[in-house]
Every structure is written in structure tokens, then in C-alpha cells.
Design a protein around this ligand. Structure first.
Ligand code: ANZ
Ligand code: ZN
Length: 838
């Protein structure tokens, strides 16, 4: 047939690969090992085009490495715990596991139909006890080494639903489901000591030269190392047993710009004052009743309560500053107290304007007059002004000068300040890894004995009420204390799902039943050579995974410092958006172009064409991979995903794009069908282009520039189409098939078989370019027999002597002229002449 039929071919080759175990990674292989990984998906329901793009890229790398002789680990699994499953369960009063496992089955089928070269024998789902039980063991290992601790900390409390909310569930200070005003509540929660690794995590970034600079910078800013100072403010007059308090600042240089001091509502001084001040007590209560998200604290109106007290300026005892309790000062950061410098801090400026406090400027931008401050605080660099002994210094020099003075005089100390906080991992949720702890009134928090792991989530839970079903379960939490045997309670919090994704790449390398992983296999496979995923994970996931790797190294379980050697973050898949006259979003399948205008397919009504945006359910501008595979086949989808844009940029899905991919699939197929395997003769320009394509595609793929590789394969196909039959042309068709195989594996297998190869194309070694054929200039060589010119040959400049000889002796004309006999002698003058003595 002249048409390639994807449906039949895809199923056949997928079955053949699976039967041959082609993509099963062999731990015992003598080949060099490499590990290619894409960020595992959350099983939300169906695979979307963003997944297809991500996994198509990883698949190309995995397939090329395999063809290059590597033993490749390319696994897949499911980041299967999390809120959406619990929300779905709540809506349908069903079990989150039912929803999750059904989604996994659907999505696994979709990935398999795309023909990815994945080792499904290593598939894992984080929601299964064999995975999360080992996670519990790791948690206890970190606990035993002092890298886990328990501390009181604020959460968002929904007083109507009686539940803790994640920051994303608090919208404008209200609970997303109940609409109730959210309060701050203190709960005992578990923390991982990521701050112990702040230095390491920062310094380690320098070793990650195969990561995008932008991601390294984002991590650096998140860790946020800076110079700060703590110092003591003395109260002008002692009150309620306090004679002062400590403040923390990152801007000691601005100390002469101070116009007030402020403490948190929960600061010991504020609490003490509130005991006989009902107005302050009421203000403190109001402060507590707001969300904890930084953005929210930032957004809310700055409010203060004047305590009537004042503090003494440490650099000039004649200056007094009023002391406020302020709602934007948080108790669990720094010392819970600040000095306010309105000219150079926006929160302080808003506050000062509201309470009519002075706004003295102390930093002026280089070369500019020290104009009064308007509505915007000046936070940029500059020179110190109105600051006595600091005048004329830069910000950094002034910081150092103030710290030096404070340390000499003994009222303050310089500190290195990190923006990074310890990682609170307690979640008041059902669908997560149970924290393996038992609380006993006598013994405190007792680890669950190893022999009793995994602590399995109970199946018989209800989702008919808000809150944590583990808390409501009648018996699950009732256990005896492992230490004293008295009745005790299980911890009902579960671990943040970011914990699940912080070590899954280790479990892929080996998944023993009795341990989290086999350290020998970590040595064999890790670090991941190439990790690919969305830039939305550039900060938290990657930082947490780096932290777990370093923490496990510190406690002696593994010996790598960084989990991901190479990192690539791909762009999004976008699509046009469509709206009807009523302003409702329309799906791409519901609209079409008629006479140059967009209309609704069903009604013919006019449609407004909106912006190109990331595919999302809310804007309905999604294209379902299944429908596209059914229409065009998996290879065309994969090809289009790799072809149009540089992989780090957004890719706009279009009908024209997928049509183009489909036409290319058919062109390659026609070239193979029309191949004349018996043709003889060389076509040097085509040989050269083919070798250039081999070198170019290989280099492009090494740099993940898939769109460039694709462009080269278009060019090669064009050249082959134009060339007339020759041995070269047949060979070039085979090479084209091989080079396209990582992107269009099913088509490639079908072509390879049609070309008469016995093996599968995936088992053929990756083509290697002949460097001599890559040299651009060619020379014309005169070929003589017994001194008489017979023909001229265009050969690459510097072509090796044997290759020149071979090209001459196999040439049709020469073979005929010599009557098929070998010459008596061959004289080669490099790049000029070949004389045959007959
Ligand atoms: C005086 C000052 C002057 C400040 C200035 C900033 C600019 P980051 O960078 O986020 O760490 N601060 C300190 N403790 C606080 C708390 N518990 N709640 C709210 N704010 C607090 O922020 C450090 C700065 O945030 C500190 O430096 C302090 O204000 C404020 F021109 O001190 B600064
Ligand atoms: Zn006990």
C-alpha cells in the first residue's frame, strides 16, 4: 500500500518491543549506564499535550542513548497522592484510591499508545504501601539523625469546616469551600531541617553546569543568603517586666532612617501588655485572624496599635522611637520585632503614612538628589545621606560599618541571613503518607517500630464531612505506645506530597521489598543524566529533591551529592482560544473557519478568536492526545511536538502543524516504498549531506535542540526525493529512517522492515558520521589509466588515500575500462590525481 497505516503498525511494534523486553533496564549489563527521566505525572485523569511534549523529548534522548550502546534506565511512575483525589472523593463520597487508580490505568494506556521507550517493569505509584512504607522508613532515618523535628507553627484554620487549609485554598482571606474568614492557629507540626543544608544547597548550584542558568538563579534567590544584624532596643522606661527587645534587620545601613519600632501581636511584650489592656487584646486577636501566606500579609492593610512605649536609638540615645504592635510583623520570623524605616521599605512606608510618622530618606541613588519619598519606598542601591558617620558610603559598606560598631559597643551582632525556612511537612489530610509516629502521654512522640512499617492508610474512611478522615476514623489512631505499652494515639497528619517526589528517582533505580533502595544500584545508575520537566518545578521540587539527596548522603545511605546532572525545562503547549457571543469559551472541536471567519460548527454563529494561551480546561482550549492519535497516529503527534519551536519555548498547537507532521510521515513512507534496492552507483553530494545530517542530528539531540534535528531531517528527505536511484540513495533512505526513529519509532520500524532488515531499527547501532565527509570543500580529482584521463571525481578535500582508491576502483567506468581486472599499480597524488597502471 502507498499509505502508512499508523493504527495497525503502532499496535504491532508496541507489542514487539514489549515481547522483546527492549526497554527493560538491565542492572547487570556490562554496557555503560545512563539514566533519562521526565518528571512523573500527577494522575489527574488524562494525559495532556504538555505531558506528550515532555515525554517525547525524554524519549528521544533515551532512544538515542540506547542506540549509542548505553544501558538506559527510562522509567515511569505516578505522583499519586494529593488534594485533587481527596476533593474528588469529597464530591462523590468515594475513595481517593479508586479515583487515583482508575486515572493511572487510563493514563498508562495513553502513554503506552504513544509508544514511549519506558521500562514499565519499574513503574511505581507513591500512593501504594510498598512505596510510602519505605518513605516512612526514610523519615524515621532522618528523625534518628536529628534532621526532623516537631515545632508549633501557624496554619490557616477554617472555623466552619473545622479544617486546616493549604495557602492555595485561602482566597482573599476566606476558605475556598466554606467562605468563612480564615484564622491563624498554632499546631504542632513536623519539620525537615533543610536550613542545615542551606550552604551546601547554594554552593552545589555551582557544580550544576548542565542546568539552565535561570533555574539556578531561582534556587539561589529562594535560598536567599544575605547579611543581617540582630540588636537590642532598650525601652526608655521598663514596662510589665520588660526592659527591651531584640530586633532583626537585613538593612542595618538604614538605622538613621528609623522612625518607629514594631512587634508582632504574639510577641511576649505584646502579650504581657494585653493582659491589662483590653483594646490591645482585641487588636491582637484581630491580627491572629488572618492567613499566613506571605502574599496575604503583604496585601492586607497595615495596621498598628500604639503601645505608648518608646525605645532608645542605639546610635544616638537622644533619639526615641515609638513602639507599635503591627499586623505585618510575624512572630515566627527573625525575632518577631523590627525597626521601621519607611523611606526604604514599602510595608513601613504604608504604615508610616497611615500613622503620620516621619519618612526620612537615608539612601540616595547614585548621582541623584535626595528628593523626598513619595508613595514608593526606595529599595535600590545608592549612597548614604543624613546618616552622620555613614554619609557617602555605599549600602554594603554602611551595613558593614554599623555591624562593626554594634559588635564593638556590644549592642548587636552581624548574622548571615537565609531566606530559606525549614520545610514543614505535616498536612492535615488523608491522601498522603501517614507520618509514622505514635503520641504517648508518658513517652511523647515515639517512632513506629520498623517491623510495624508500613503504617497503612485505612480503607474504610468517609468523605462526607470536611476535615481529615484519619482524625474521624473510630479506631485507626488508637494504638498502644511502642515504648511503654499504654494506650496512645497515632499521628493523623500525613506528609507533604513534595516528600513523595523527593526520592522517587532513587526507588526507580532499585526497589527492594525490605529497604528504600539498594545503594549499589544508586551507584550504578545515578545521578540522572538528563532530567526533563516543567519550569513550574524549578524551585520547590528540585530544591527538595536536592535536599533529600544530600540528607541521605549525610546519614551515610548514598554517596552522591546531586541527583540530577542535566536538567531541561520545556515550554508549554498553547492553543488559540474561542468565545461565543455570550462570552463562553468554546472547544477547538466546536469551531471552524468558514469563508475566512470563525463560526460555531453546530449553529454557524460567529465566534470570537481569543489569544493564544496555555492549554487549560478552564479556557477549553485543549486538544486531547487520544483524538489526535486516532486521527494521525502517535508518530505524527510526537513529531509535531518536537518540530515547531525550540523546546524551551512555548509550542502552539495547530491543525496545520499536525497536518504537516502527518504529511512528513507519509513522505518518508513513500521514499521507503519507492526505494530501488538494486540500484548502484555513488551520489557524492547526497553522501555528504547524509553524513552531515548524521553529525548534525546527533549534536542537536545532545543539546536537546529537537526542532533543529527535525529541520535537518526535512532537508535530507527533500534531497533524497530529488536524487535519482543509486546505492547512495538507498543507503540515505535507511539512514533517514534510523535518524527519525527516536521521534517516530513505529514508522521507523515499519520502514526498516520494508527495507529488508531482519532486526528492529531500535536494535541497530546509531549511525556515525565519517569526519572526512563533513569537510565542506571538495576537490576534483583526475583519474587516469596509463596516463590518459578517464574521468574526474568530486571528493572531499583530504579524503583518506584508501577511500579515494576505493571510490575510483569501484566506479563503473573504471571497472569497465579495466575489464573487471585489478590494476597493476595505483598512484595517488592527494587531492589531485589518481593514475592506474593497467
Ligand atoms: C529595617 C529595614 C529597613 C528593613 C529597610 C528592610 C528595609 P527579608 O528580606 O524578607 O528577610 N522583618 C524582620 N523581621 C520581621 C518579622 N518578624 N515580620 C515582618 N517583617 C520583619 O526581610 C527582612 C526585613 O523584614 C527586615 O529588615 C525587617 O525590616 C523586616 F529599609 O529592618 B528590615
Ligand atoms: Zn509510652
Amino acid at each position: 500500500s502507498t499509505r502508512f497505516n499508523p493504527a495497525a503498525a503502532e499496535a504491532r511494534w508496541q507489542a514487539a518491543w514489549s515481547a522483546a523486553g527492549s526497554y527493560v533496564a538491565n542492572d547487570a549489563s556490562p554496557k555503560p549506564k545512563t539514566y533519562v527521566l521526565e518528571m512523573f505525572p500527577y494522575p489527574s485523569g488524562r494525559i495532556h499535550m504538555g505531558h506528550v511534549r515532555n515525554y517525547s523529548m525524554g524519549d528521544v534522548i533515551a532512544r538515542v542513548r540506547r542506540a549509542q550502546g548505553f544501558e538506559v534506565l527510562h522509567p515511569m511512575g505516578w505522583d499519586a497522592f494529593g488534594m485533587p483525589a481527596e476533593n474528588a472523593a469529597f464530591e462523590k463520597n468515594s475513595h481517593p484510591g479508586t479515583w487515583t487508580r482508575a486515572n493511572i490505568a487510563t493514563m498508562r494506556g495513553q502513554l503506552q499508545r504513544l509508544g514511549f521507550a519506558l521500562d514499565w517493569s519499574r513503574e511505581l505509584a507513591t500512593c501504594e504501601p510498598d512505596y510510602y512504607g519505605q518513605e516512612q522508613a526514610l523519615f524515621l532515618d532522618l528523625l534518628a539523625h536529628g534532621l526532623v523535628y516537631r515545632k508549633e507553627s501557624s496554619v490557616n484554620w477554617d472555623p466552619v469546616d473545622n479544617t486546616v487549609l493549604a495557602n492555595e485554598q485561602v482566597i482573599d482571606g476566606k476558605g475556598w469551600r466554606s467562605g468563612a474568614t480564615i484564622e491563624r492557629r498554632k499546631l504542632n507540626q513536623w519539620f525537615l531541617k533543610i536550613t542545615d543544608f542551606a550552604d551546601e544547597l547554594l554552593d552545589g548550584l555551582a557544580t550544576l553546569d548542565a542546568w539552565p542558568d535561570k533555574v539556578r538563579l531561582m534556587q539561589e534567590n529562594w535560598i536567599g543568603k544575605s547579611q543581617g544584624m540582630r540588636f537590642r532596643f532598650a525601652l526608655a522606661e521598663a514596662a510589665v517586666g520588660h526592659d527591651g527587645f531584640e530586633v532583626f534587620t537585613t538593612r542595618p545601613d538604614t538605622l538613621f532612617g528609623a522612625s518607629f519600632a514594631a512587634i508582632a501581636a504574639d510577641h511576649p511584650l505584646s502579650l504581657a501588655l494585653a493582659e491589662n489592656n483590653p483594646a490591645l487584646a482585641a487588636f491582637n486577636a484581630e491580627c491572629r485572624a488572618t492567613g499566613t501566606a506571605a502574599a496575604e500579609v503583604e496585601a492586607q492593610e497595615k495596621k498598628g496599635f500604639d503601645t505608648g512605649l518608646s525605645v532608645v536609638h542605639p546610635l544616638d540615645p537622644s533619639i526615641r522611637l515609638p513602639v507599635f504592635v503591627a499586623n505585618f510583623v510575624l512572630m515566627d520570623y527573625g525575632t518577631g520585632a523590627i525597626f521601621g524605616c519607611p523611606a526604604h521599605d514599602q510595608r513601613d512606608l504604608d504604615f508610616a503614612r497611615k500613622y503620620a510618622l516621619p519618612v526620612p530618606r537615608v539612601v540616595a541613588p547614585e548621582g541623584e538628589a535626595d528628593a523626598p519619598i513619595g508613595d514608593e519606598a526606595y529599595t535600590g542601591p545608592g549612597t548614604l545621606v543624613h546618616s552622620r558617620f555613614l554619609n557617602g558610603m555605599s549600602v554594603d559598606a554602611a551595613k558593614a560599618a554599623v555591624i562593626a560598631r554594634a559588635e564593638t559597643e556590644g549592642w548587636g551582632t552581624g548574622t548571615t541571613v537565609w531566606r530559606l525556612r525549614d520545610w514543614g511537612v505535616s498536612r492535615q489530610r488523608y491522601w498522603g503518607t501517614p507520618i509514622p509516629i505514635i503520641h504517648c502521654d508518658a513517652c511523647g512522640a515515639v517512632p513506629v517500630p520498623r517491623a510495624q512499617l508500613p503504617v497503612v492508610l485505612p480503607e474504610d474512611v468517609t468523605f462526607d464531612a470536611p476535615g481529615n478522615p484519619l482524625d474521624r476514623h473510630p479506631t485507626w489512631k488508637l494504638v498502644d505506645c511502642p515504648s511503654c505499652g499504654k494506650p496512645a494515639r497515632r499521628e493523623t497528619d500525613t506528609l507533604d506530597t513534595f516528600v513523595n517526589s523527593s526520592w522517587y528517582f532513587l526507588r526507580f533505580a532499585s526497589a527492594p521489598a525490605d529497604r528504600p533502595f539498594d545503594p549499589e544500584m544508586i551507584k550504578a545508575w545515578l545521578p540522572v543524566a538528563q532530567y526533563i520537566g516543567g519550569v513550574e518545578h524549578a524551585i520547590l521540587h528540585l530544591l527538595y529533591a536536592r535536599f533529600w539527596t544530600r540528607a541521605l548522603r549525610r546519614i551515610g545511605m548514598i554517596d552522591i551529592a546531586e541527583p540530577f546532572k542535566g536538567l531541561f525545562t520545556q515550554g508549554m503547549v498553547t492553543h488559540e482560544t474561542y468565545k461565543n457571543a455570550a462570552g463562553q469559551w468554546l472547544e477547538p472541536t466546536a469551531v471552524e473557519r468558514r469563508d475566512g471567519a470563525w463560526v460555531e460548527v453546530a449553529s454557524g454563529a460567529a465566534v470570537e478568536l481569543g489569544r493564544i494561551e496555555k492549554m487549560s480546561k478552564s479556557k477549553k482550549n485543549v486538544v486531547d492526545p487520544d483524538a489526535i492519535i486516532a486521527a494521525y497516529g502517535a508518530d505524527a503527534v510526537r513529531w509535531f511536538m518536537l518540530s515547531d519551536s525550540p523546546p524551551e519555548r512555548d509550542l502552539t498547537w495547530s491543525e496545520a502543524g499536525i497536518e504537516g507532521a502527518w504529511r512528513y510521515v507519509q513522505r518518508v513512507w513513500r521514499l521507503v516504498q519507492g526505494n530501488d534496492a538494486a540500484a548502484t552507483g555513488d551520489d557524492l553530494p547526497l553522501v555528504r549531506l547524509t553524513h552531515k545530517t548524521i553529525a548534525g542530528v546527533t549534536a542537536d539531540i545532545d543539546k536537546l535542540q529537537f526542532n533543529k534535528a527535525v529541520a535537518r531531517l526535512y532537508e535530507l528527505a527533500n534531497a533524497i526525493e530529488r536524487a535519482s536511484a543509486s546505492a547512495t540513495r538507498s543507503a540515505s533512505i535507511a539512514t533517514l529512517v534510523q535518524l527519525a526513529a527516536p521521534m517516530m519509532p513505529h514508522l521507523a520500524e515499519e520502514c526498516w522492515a520494508t527495507l529488508g532488515n531482519g532486526n528492529m531499527v531500535i536494535d541497530a547501532p546509531w549511525p556515525v558520521a565519517d569526519p572526512a565527509l563533513l569537510v565542506d570543500d571538495s576537490v576534483t580529482i583526475a583519474v587516469q589509466i596509463n596516463g590518459k584521463l578517464k574521468l574526474t571525481l568530486d571528493l572531499p578535500k583530504g579524503h583518506p588515500r584508501e577511500a579515494v582508491e576505493a571510490a575510483v576502483l569501484t566506479h563503473e567506468k573504471i571497472v569497465r575500462a579495466l575489464d573487471g581486472k585489478p590494476p597493476r599499480k595505483v598512484i595517488v597524488v592527494p587531492d589531485r590525481l589518481v593514475n592506474l597502471v593497467a
